[in-house]
Each structure stands twice: as structure tokens, then as C-alpha cells.
Design a protein around this ligand. Structure first.
Ligand SMILES: Nc1ncnc2c1ncn2[C@@H]1O[C@H](COP(=O)(O)OP(=O)(O)OP(=O)(O)O)[C@@H](O)[C@H]1O
Length: 340
């Protein structure tokens, strides 16, 4: 490879800049994605994720920046980049009027694969994406999840080494989303590099080796999910009361608390350890106080996202005003706080 960057980087960008008129979408960002890893670019609507994907996949050009994919310079050698990448965008490439198999064979022709090899690859991919049964049906009859799987299968026809997935699970139900996550993990186990954009923080948490949070044209933070979680203040226990007198009694019993008199809720800093929880419960018990709801909150990517972007809009599927006790659907160690 003829690069000044490490050959172990599948994607390397320095000073990537793009503006539409006065709107500077990408303000000189740097990216370094090692081969065989999943990199996730997170950002609220309009942050510039799709713009970054379009630039790195040669669909549009950058205003400035040294950009390399697979060691190839995007400006000097876009053809070599195109030969090694696959892109699955928010807008599906699937043609609904023809069958899944025919859609695949169109990709075979686009990649100029020999017919026999193309048929073999098509059969293998349809099998791998659980589409063999539906292969002879028009794609218009497929569910959203099936269409998304077909779209990804079509992207894989040319055996790309770098895959750009632009919000691959937006609009999918939880089961289809989990299926898609499994497929994406499998891709990487084959050595493929995945550049994933998402608005779902959980998706980045589940999949990404490295995450970058895009905000106002800059990378507001980057690192592993755990590293990012360490950037925000620690966990806490939250107690909620319906009776104002009990609420006041709890404040007296507990001492150092952050109070929210309107919501009748108290927040106590906590590392989430058993010892600390017991101490809080003991103090409540000895004053014969019972909270209506107790939740333990450990920082998650939502906190990071809100802290970094100052966004007031929850980026995932829930509206921001969802009552806190609906957080029961989340794993016990990560209750979702919706009131802050
Ligand atoms: N062709 C264009 N001409 C002018 N402005 C554009 C164009 N494409 C994108 N933009 C603007 O660039 C900004 C970033 O858009 P982009 O689609 O990259 O964001 P995104 O992070 O992918 O958002 P979403 O999550 O909503 O898809 C937005 O302000 C958008 O309006």
C-alpha cells in the first residue's frame, strides 16, 4: 500500500471538511478505523453522519482532508476505493418488483462476476441471511427486516472489505434489530471492517469497538463505550415518593442528597456497590421510611450523548417525556433515567 498512514487502518481521515454554503457539516474531523473492527459514528439528526459516509464511500467529494480507505487515497484513486467497499444506506437499493434472487443477480452482473460464481454466491448469501425460502418472491412482499437483510446481502456480493452501514436498523422492530446485530458481528469475525452510523446508543454500545460522537461538525468525544461512559459523572440511586411527608423524612434520614421537590425524588451519589445500597436501605429502614420507587442508575451512552451534545431530544425510540418507571424494560443494572 502506498500510504503514509498505518496499513492496519481500513479508514483514515485527517482534517475531513465539508460545508453546504454556510453550513459547515464536518469541520476538519480525524478518523482512524483499524481493519476488522466496528466503528460507530453517533450523532443526532443532521449531525453529518450520512455526509461522512457519502464522502468516505466516494459518493460525494470532501472540501478538504487527507482521506484513505484501505490505504487508497480517495481523491487520487476513487476506483480502487469503490472496488473494496460496500454501502448500505438509509434508502434501500432493493427493487421491490423483482424477486430477492433477481435483486442479488443484478448485483452479480454489476460486479461482473462470472455467472456460475455469481449463482453460488447468491445462494450462499440468501442462505446466510435466512432468505432462501423467500428468494423467488417479489421483494415488495418482504417485511422491513427481510428487505434490510436482502439489502445487506446485495452489498456483500462483491466481497467488500469495508462496509458502510448508514443507520442499518432504523425502523426495525427489536427482534429484527437483534438479528441484524448478529449479522454485523459475523461480518467482522470474517475480517471485514464496518463503519456504522446510528442514532441508537444501545446499538453502538452493543456493536462498536470504537465510537465517535459527532456534534456541531466536530468529534465531541471518541473511545470505547466504556471509555465514553467514564467521561460522565458516576452513578446514583434515585428514590421517588408520592407522600411529601415521607419525602421530607427521607431527606432528614439520608443527609447528603440532591432533591427534586416537584417530582418528590431524591438522588444519592452511589458507585452501585452492595455495601452502599445496603447502607442507604438501612438508614431508610431505621427511620421506617419506604420509597415508592428505587432505581439504581449507572452511566450509559445516553448520559454521554446528552452530556456531550447537550441534546434535549432522546435520539433512540423513546420520547423524552416517558415516565421513569417504564425503564423496567431495561436490564436491571442499567435503568434508564428520563428525568434530569
Ligand atoms: N445536498 C445537500 N445540500 C445542502 N445541505 C445538505 C445536503 N446534504 C446534507 N445537508 C445538510 O448537512 C447536514 C448533515 O446532514 P446529514 O444527512 O449528513 O446528517 P445525519 O447525521 O446523517 O442526519 P440523520 O440522522 O437525520 O440522517 C444537515 O444540516 C443537512 O441539512
Amino acid at each position: 500500500m502506498t500510504t503514509s498512514t498505518s496499513p492496519a487502518l481500513a479508514i483514515a481521515a485527517t482534517g475531513l471538511r465539508k460545508a453546504y454554503g454556510n453550513n459547515t457539516v464536518l469541520d476538519g474531523i480525524d478518523l482512524a478505523v483499524p481493519e476488522g473492527t466496528i466503528f460507530s459514528m453517533l450523532g443526532p439528526n443532521g449531525a453529518g453522519k450520512t455526509t461522512a459516509v457519502k464522502i468516505l464511500s466516494t459518493l460525494i467529494s470532501a472540501d478538504a482532508g487527507d482521506l484513505r480507505v484501505g490505504g487508497h487515497d480517495l481523491a487520487a484513486d476513487p476506483q480502487s476505493v469503490r472496488a473494496m467497499i460496500g454501502v448500505t444506506g438509509q434508502f434501500s437499493a432493493v427493487d421491490g418488483l423483482i424477486t430477492g434472487e433477481e435483486n442479488m443477480l443484478l448485483m452479480v452482473d454489476l460486479h461482473h462476476l462470472p455467472r456460475r460464481e455469481g449463482h453460488r454466491a447468491t445462494a450462499e448469501l440468501l442462505e446466510r441471511f435466512d432468505l432462501t425460502e423467500a428468494a423467488r418472491k417479489p421483494a415488495v412482499t418482504y417485511s422491513g427486516g427481510m428487505k434490510r437483510r436482502l439489502d445487506l446481502a446485495m452489498t456483500l456480493v462483491g466481497s467488500p472489505r469495508v462496509i458502510f452501514l448508514d443507520e442499518p436498523t432504523t425502523g426495525l422492530d427489536p427482534r429484527s434489530r437483534h438479528n441484524m446485530w448478529g449479522i454485523i458481528r459475523e461480518l467482522v469475525s470474517d475480517g471485514v471492517t464496518v463503519f456504522l452510523t446510528t442514532q441508537y446508543l444501545e446499538e453502538a454500545d452493543q456493536l462498536a469497538d470504537h465510537i465517535a460522537v459527532l456534534h456541531e461538525g466536530k468529534i465531541a468525544a471518541r473511545g470505547t463505550a466504556d471509555e465514553l461512559k467514564r467521561l460522565v459523572p458516576g452513578g446514583h440511586v434515585r428514590l421517588r415518593f408520592s407522600d411529601p411527608a415521607t419525602y421530607e423524612a427521607a431527606i432528614l434520614a439520608l443527609g447528603q442528597v440532591t432533591r427534586d421537590d416537584e417530582a418528590l425524588s431524591l438522588q444519592i451519589p452511589s458507585d452501585g456497590s452492595q455495601r452502599e445500597l445496603r447502607s442507604i436501605l438501612d438508614r431508610l429502614d431505621s427511620a421506617a421510611i419506604e420509597a415508592d420507587v428505587l432505581t439504581l442508575h449507572t452511566p450509559d451512552l445516553d448520559d454521554v450523548f446528552f452530556a456531550l451534545t447537550g441534546s434535549t431530544v432522546r435520539p433512540a425510540e423513546q420520547p423524552a417525556d416517558q415516565p421513569a418507571d417504564q425503564s423496567a424494560a431495561r436490564p436491571a443494572d442499567q435503568p434508564k433515567e428520563t428525568v434530569r
